[in-house]
Write a protein that binds this ligand. Structure first.
Ligand SMILES: Nc1ncnc2c1ncn2[C@@H]1O[C@H](COP(=O)(O)OP(=O)(O)O)[C@@H](O)[C@H]1O
Ligand SMILES: [Mg+2]
Length: 258
């Protein structure tokens, strides 16, 4: 078992890409999409005296991949969390379709999967156990949950690590488990907070391809990132600075980082 992220050999990389494509084909077949846009209107979020968001509005359509960029402390994480109902807005509103989102339970019921910054895994559970838990909570049978979890872990290149304890995995491997856990839910809305920050180039591309494919299959995908190359995979890039939206390259300029 490797504790460190291994750069993939070119041949292994091609094999893995083929495998990812197979996994994605399977995914798209059972992805149940409710075509609801995700929207934030004039969102203000405060943590004590800190104004983390100061009037941010954004709307993301089904099938759209939005990258949220900006320097550390700009409010990227806060925007994802308020859209997920995981932190309250002081004013403004987060919506999924017609539903106003106020709690994380509510957004989970409406199909929001959140891949948190810093992975949020239980260190003393295995990779597959961590991935299975939200699937069981969402009502899958143990067999369905294990099958989906193993497929998602394989899609991120961790087929050989499913039964490894998270604490035995490298930071990059742990991040890929967190991504697999978010993907395994096959949710119509995926909010991913810096999901490639710990990854080498090849693994970053695998994860970005998976997120891209989810959007292409009709999901809303929102990814916070400070990596311009990662943002370039998105349809649209917005930039936050000091809690404000300072740039939005619009839907027309896919692949261009501001
Ligand atoms: N739980 C919290 N308590 C206090 N301040 C917070 C909390 N979460 C975020 N902040 C502050 O809100 C601002 C935006 O943070 P964050 O959304 O994490 O930015 P980013 O993800 O762009 O780095 C920062 O000033 C940060 O220190
Ligand atoms: Mg952040």
């Amino acid at each position: 078992m490797g504790r460190h992220e291994q750069p993939a050999a070119p041949r292994g990389s091609a094999r893995r890409r083929a495998k990812v494509q197979r996994e994605l084909a399977g995914d798209a077949a059972y992805l149940r999409l409710s075509a609801a846009p995700v929207e934030g209107c004039d969102l203000h979020v405060c943590f004590g005296a800190v104004e983390a968001l100061r009037g941010v509005s954004v709307r993301v359509q089904p099938g759209e991949f939005l990258a949220v960029t900006g320097p550390s402390g700009a409010g990227k994480t806060t925007l994802l969390w308020v859209l997920a109902g995981a932190v309250p807005a002081r004013s403004g509103v987060a919506r999924i379709g017609e539903h106003e989102i106020r709690t994380r339970d509510q957004s989970a019921r409406l199909g929001v999967a959140l891949i948190p910054q810093g992975n949020g895994l239980a260190a003393v559970l295995t990779a597959v156990e961590n991935t299975v838990v939200p699937l069981l909570a969402a009502g899958r049978s143990p067999e369905q949950a294990r099958t989906a979890a193993v497929a998602a872990l394989a899609a991120v290149g961790l087929a050989d690590s499913v039964d490894h304890l998270v604490e035995e995995l490298s930071g990059g491997q742990q991040q890929r488990v967190a991504v697999a856990r978010g993907l395994a839910l096959a949710s119509p809305i995926l909010l991913a907070d810096e999901p490639t920050s710990e990854l080498d180039h090849d693994n970053r591309d695998v994860v970005l391809a998976l997120l891209r494919a989810r959007a292409d299959a009709g999901a809303v995908v929102v990814m916070a990132t400070h990596d311009p190359d990662a943002a370039a995979v998105a349809d649209r890039v917005i930039r936050l600075d000091d809690g404000k939206l300072v740039e939005d390259n619009g839907a027309a300029s896919r692949g261009r980082e501001p």
